[in-house]
Design a protein around this ligand. Sequence first.
Ligand SMILES: [Zn+2]
Length: 332
Amino acid sequence: MHAQLLCDHVTVYPLELPTPLPVGPVNAYLLCGMGQCLLVDCGPRYAPAWDALVSGLAQYGLTPADVTGIVLTHGHVDHVGNTRRFQAQGVPVYSHPRVSDWLEPGGAHDAYRAEFYRRLYHDMGVPEEAAARALEGLLLFHRWNDRSVVTHPVRAGEPLPPLPQFQVFEVPGHAQAAIALWNSDSGELLAGDQLLPHISPNPIIEPLPGADSGTAAERSRSLLDYRRSLRELAQLPIKTTYPGHGPVIVDSVPLIHRRLQELEVRRQNVLQCLCRHSPINAYELARLLFPRHTDQVSLILSETLGYLDWLQDEGLAYVAPDEEGVYQWMCA
Ligand SMILES: [Zn+2]
């Protein structure tokens, strides 16, 4: 057995993996010690990512066969696409139970999501052609994914079974089913995409589970979830954050407070823009707020709806459908 696995404390080893996606490289982490070597996230199903994973493991004297478990922080393809490779060897997969929905490319949940976004784009005023392009874009992600399943669901507040010094936190926001791992002895946080060094993650709007069809599904209020999750993390005496993208974060708590302040500033900008153009649908508002990113419909719409939800929550905005069923937002 390798030295890392025998060690009686757990060491975090970062691995940077390339992706074919605009986000750039993604981070995976090895948690080795106490007879375990868990891999937290595993990159997209993309040959250069797999090669980097194998050579990264070799750098620590390990091979894929030494990985004793996979932990997935959330279900996005840049984090989960290689899960099947390990699952096929009988390796357990730990994550939020609903991450399984993301591990079945082209499956029932993808159909549910596609129906949901089709309706959402209509209701939010996205013209048909732009909506069709955005929906097509969502399907493109399938090719970097592969079928697998969460075999060991974990829940907030529970210790991670193979390495109980890590506690599971649920951090909905960027994704609805998302977890972070917290080691209170070492002050280490594995944050997934909830806390990133250079940018704040997009609070992607998702259909909530439980409806008969995606058309009937309610939507998440992801920016409010993201803000709540950040505030929860701000309570922890974090020394080191291992993010899903970018370098390790050493000033975690000040960074979290900075992120929370940035949200307040942007909320103010959105309010001003809304009041100047009200009534306006979310798509048109998104184009005014993000004029350089108008081709990224799903991202700018999620961001804009997030702030509109927040303003509505505070009684500063309200919304009503017009005769075509397109929602018009107004400044209160
Ligand atoms: Zn993500």
